[in-house]
Design a binder for this molecule. Structure first.
Ligand code: ZN
Ligand code: ZN
Length: 273
C-alpha cells in the first residue's frame, strides 16, 4: 500500500448537485482521511461553471474533456491527471442510475459498442453528444438489451458511457472512478437509516421514501421544487458515515466506490471507529 499521506492527495469530483458533492466528499474523507475534494463541475461558484448542474452538465463536461483540444491531460505513466491545469490524483465522476431510464424524454444510450444502438443515426460518431437523442428523433430504446434493466445493468451502461466520452487511455483509466448510484444517491441514505432490503432497486427514492412525509427520521423535509436542503443532508451524512459498513453490504455501488477509490490511490481504507 502507498506510503503517501492522504492529506497530500488531490481528488476532483464531477457531480450532479450540491447534496451529491456533500455526500461523496464526506464519504471519501471518511474512507481515506483526505482533505476536501475539488468540486470540478459544477463549481461551488456557479458563475465559474461551464455547464449547469445536473446529469446533463456531467455528460457535457465529460464530452468537452474528451475532445482533442480539451483541458484534460493524461500523464503518460498514469500516475496522475491534469484537469483544467490542476493536478488530480483521482477523478470521481458521479451520475445517478436514473439517467439510464428515460429522463426528460432523453435517450442516453451508448454511442458505440452496443449493437442495439446501431439504429441511431449518430451511432459510432464519437463527437456527437449523447444528449442529442430524444424519444422523438431516436429509435433506440433504453436500457438496451446488453444492459439488464437493473442496478448492475445501469451501472455498466453509464460507467462505459463516461469512459467513452472521456476517451481515457488505458493507463489513465484507473485514475478515473465513475460512481453510479441506483436509483440515486438517496439509496445510500435509505440503507443507512431504514436498512430496507435492496435499496438500489427503489425507484425515485427521494420522492417515494424520504420526501414522502413532512419529516424523515425527525428531520423536516422542505419541498421547494427540486431543491434539496443541504442542512438535512449534513445530518444524513453523519448517519451514513456511522452506518457505512452496513451500507456497503446493501448497496453494491457503495462497496464498488470504496474499492475503486482505494485501488486507484493504492491506499487502505481508514479503520472504522
Ligand atoms: Zn449499451
Ligand atoms: Zn440515438
Amino acid at each position: 500500500m502507498s506510503e503517501e499521506n492522504p492529506k497530500n492527495l488531490s481528488i476532483g469530483i464531477v457531480y450532479e448537485g450540491n447534496t451529491d458533492y456533500l455526500i461523496l466528499n464526506g464519504i471519501v474523507r471518511h474512507i481515506i482521511g483526505c482533505r476536501d475534494c475539488l468540486p470540478l463541475q459544477p463549481s461551488h461558484d456557479l458563475k465559474k461553471s461551464l455547464y449547469r448542474p445536473g446529469w446533463k452538465g456531467v455528460l457535457r463536461w465529460c464530452q468537452a474533456h474528451g475532445s482533442p483540444d480539451s483541458a484534460l491531460d493524461w500523464n503518460n505513466d498514469g500516475q496522475f491527471l491534469v484537469v483544467d491545469r490542476v493536478k488530480v490524483d483521482l477523478l470521481i465522476i458521479h451520475l445517478d442510475g436514473d439517467v439510464s431510464r428515460n429522463e426528460d424524454n432523453r435517450i442516453v444510450h451508448c454511442m458505440s459498442g452496443c449493437p442495439s444502438a446501431r439504429n441511431c443515426q449518430h451511432y459510432g460518431q464519437k463527437t456527437v453528444n449523447p444528449l442529442s437523442c430524444d424519444t422523438k428523433t431516436c429509435p433506440v430504446k433504453i436500457p438496451c438489451p446488453e444492459h439488464a434493466p437493473n442496478p448492475d445493468g445501469y451501472t455498466s451502461h453509464l460507467s462505459r458511457l463516461i469512459l467513452d466520452l472521456l476517451k481515457a487511455p488505458k493507463a489513465a483509466s484507473d485514475r478515473i472512478c465513475p460512481v453510479i448510484i441506483c436509483d440515486s444517491m438517496e439509496a445510500w441514505i435509505i440503507s443507512a437509516y431504514d436498512k430496507t432490503p435492496n435499496p438500489e432497486a427503489i425507484l425515485n427514492p427521494y420522492e417515494t421514501v424520504i420526501a414522502k412525509s413532512k419529516a424523515y427520521h425527525g428531520l423536516r423535509i422542505h419541498r421547494k421544487g427540486n431543491k434539496k436542503d443541504v442542512t438535512v443532508y449534513r445530518e444524513f451524512l453523519k448517519t451514513l458515515k456511522a452506518n457505512w459498513e452496513h451500507v456497503k453490504t446493501q448497496c453494491p455501488s457503495a462497496q464498488r466506490f470504496e474499492d475503486s477509490v482505494c485501488h486507484a490511490l493504492q491506499i487502505a481504507p481508514a479503520k472504522s471507529p
